[in-house]
Design a protein around this ligand. Sequence first.
Ligand SMILES: [Zn+2]
Length: 336
Amino acid sequence: MTAETLGQVLAQDAAITTLRRGLAAGRVHHALLFDGPAGVGKELAAFGLAQALVCERREAGSDRACAACSACRRAMPPADPRGLPLHPDVVLLERGLHEPARIGRRTPETQEISIDQVRALVLARAAFGPHEGRAKVFVIRRAEELSISAANALLKTLEEPGDRTHFVMLTENRDWLMPTILSRTQRVRFGHLPDAVVERLLAGRGVASADAKEAARLAAGSFEAALALVDEQALADKRAFVESALAALDAPTTQGAVDLAEAEKKDKRALAEKLGALASALHARSVAALASDPTARAADVAARQHALVLDAMVRLERNASPQLVVESLFFAQRAL
Ligand SMILES: [Zn+2]
């Protein structure tokens, strides 16, 4: 049987104790702000709290979810970072997470969590009680990205939320949030993880102990950062991408580019990292070509290709589809 999610959060004893006390007393604050560095368990704790709140079998006075009922199983954090929770009363908000059409927009959210997202996901439902569970929980990733109008639209709901409605806002820095939001939330602080905990988490993912130690030291208490440092598969994928992309840039036909675009269409975050690596490689190419012959067209081409890749990264960040970004990158370069 899976353990309840809140119990899986490591080394955040003060935060978890606060949450458990609220659960046991039946008085969980309706607007919580989880404040702390990236990759230390804030989101896991948010889903853990949500799980305990919607659990069908948790008895009064208990501070833990049963982890076995249907509500508990569906309130788990989504396996894919771009995925959504399965439980209808656990609602995840994040800039760009929802298809524009789903939240009544024509264009993707590029800079902020729009008022459209807040209207469609929060205001439209907050007036009603929970769909099926015992509570309704809104988890907001990077809450500082709420647009001013979105934050303002939330204020009234934060002040007088519906029955059994809770908000959990996640941020790395509370100073980035509007004072009007801050004053309506209860802060729960999350700290950096001790190196030993990061090491243990990495070991749990099968990372060799020497590598885990080194990564933990470099990651400054963030499991997420440590994971990025030891993810050999990601490194190998990155190298393969740069190799295929350089070949596709030089190829006389577009087949390589089309294949690459197809292969990259699923994972936006991974593509952003791969494009970063490609940009570095092209920059190095142009510097090398320039050193060997200042008049060389090769240096000029590499420099322009480098600029196109940087452009592609911006478009990806602005939520263009990964496939389209790769395709247009290669078609633009053919015009050089
Ligand atoms: Zn349960």
